[in-house]
Design a protein around this ligand. Structure first.
Ligand SMILES: Nc1ncnc2c1ncn2[C@@H]1O[C@H](COP(=O)(O)OP(=O)(O)OP(=O)(O)O)[C@@H](O)[C@H]1O
Length: 301
């Protein structure tokens, strides 16, 4: 059995009535890296994370820590730290009290409270009521909460949401530090741009299904080829007949999923002389939007 420091999602499906929130989803998250769990709003990220943490029962499949469901972990707090909802703190309590109450009920040493407040940069405001905290401060408190049991695995739902640019810079270093200590760090976000500086690997889902798992660099190397011919219609039908994925722009045809030499070959085979053939690097954001579909809420159209 794999160690309880990996996250293993295997053939996971979850339906709410007619809605298939997650469909046959499989991926693995390894220690020592920050992994982004990405997809547009409604893609199924929260449902997956809630299933992983035993808060939602799967319709089928499993979501475990090295094969062990959350509820069966021998020492869950020392194994997994979670931050699922940044705003669910009682406004009348101080940050310190929140953590102290939780530490006591969980049997965590009280000295951890000051330690985690310092780790997330909240020492100076630890005695202030949470009701006056900004969203960014509540996000930091959520992270402190997740770290209380000094867990080997961190599952963080949208921790960057609401942070200002300085907060985003801070969390980047913070997450990388946790990963460099050998921890497993899974961070969800609906915006690639929010986390692209922070993550080493990405698991991308759309409409409940896996659309990409790998490094961000690998996502970026998806090349596209701009191609044109005096007889563009003949070129288009040759490419389509060869099964290429072709889009038409004002300037040329754009082929994805085939390299320039293959596109040249198709044209030559069809006897279509070319006027233009160039490989272009698709940008990260563009590759992401292509994977998740252009109906992403809030995405530039
Ligand atoms: N308890 C529920 N009852 C009914 N439908 C639900 C429930 N929870 C989630 N859904 C539906 O499942 C789908 C996936 O939702 P989910 O919250 O997992 O997506 P998400 O990727 O986390 O999105 P967001 O970033 O907006 O939280 C959506 O269509 C949502 O409306």
């Amino acid at each position: 059995m794999a160690a309880a420091t990996t996250i293993d999602v295997s053939r996971l499906s979850k339906s709410f009535g007619q809605v298939n929130a997650v469909s046959d989803l499989s991926f693995r998250v390894e220690p020592g890296q920050v992994t982004g769990f990405l997809g547009p709003n409604g893609a199924g990220k929260t449902t997956t994370l809630r299933t992983l943490l035993g808060l939602v029962a799967p319709s089928s499949g499993t979501a475990t820590f090295g094969g062990v469901p959350y509820r069966d972990l021998p020492d869950p707090l020392a194994t997994v730290g979670t931050a699922l909802e940044a705003s669910s703190f009682h406004p009348g309590r101080t940050a310190h009290d929140h953590l102290a109450v939780y530490a006591r009920s969980a049997g965590v040493d009280r000295s951890r409270v000051d330690r985690v407040l310092a780790q997330v940069g909240l020492t100076a405001v630890g005695k202030r009521r949470v009701g006056g905290f900004s969203l960014g401060m509540r996000q930091r408190l959520g992270l402190a909460f997740a770290l209380l049991g000094d867990p080997r695995v961190l599952v963080l739902d949208e921790p960057v949401n609401g942070l200002d640019p300085e907060g985003i810079r801070w969390i980047r270093g913070f997450l990388q530090q946790l990963a460099s200590e050998g921890r497993t760090v899974l961070v969800s976000s609906h915006l690639l741009s929010e986390v692209q500086q922070s993550v080493d690997r990405a698991v991308i889902i759309s409409k409940g299904r896996l659309v990409y798992e790998g490094t961000l660099a690998g996502l970026e190397t998806g090349t596209r080829v701009a191609v044109d011919a005096p007889d563009r219609a003949a070129l288009l039908s040759a490419l389509l007949a060869a099964g290429a994925d072709v889009q038409q722009t004002a300037d040329s045809l754009v082929v994805t999923g085939a390299d320039a030499s293959r596109v040249g070959e198709i044209a030559q085979h069809a006897g279509v002389p070319l006027s233009h053939l160039a490989a272009e690097q698709a940008g990260l954001e563009e590759a992401f939007l292509r994977l998740v579909g252009s109906d992403t809420p809030g995405s530039p159209s």
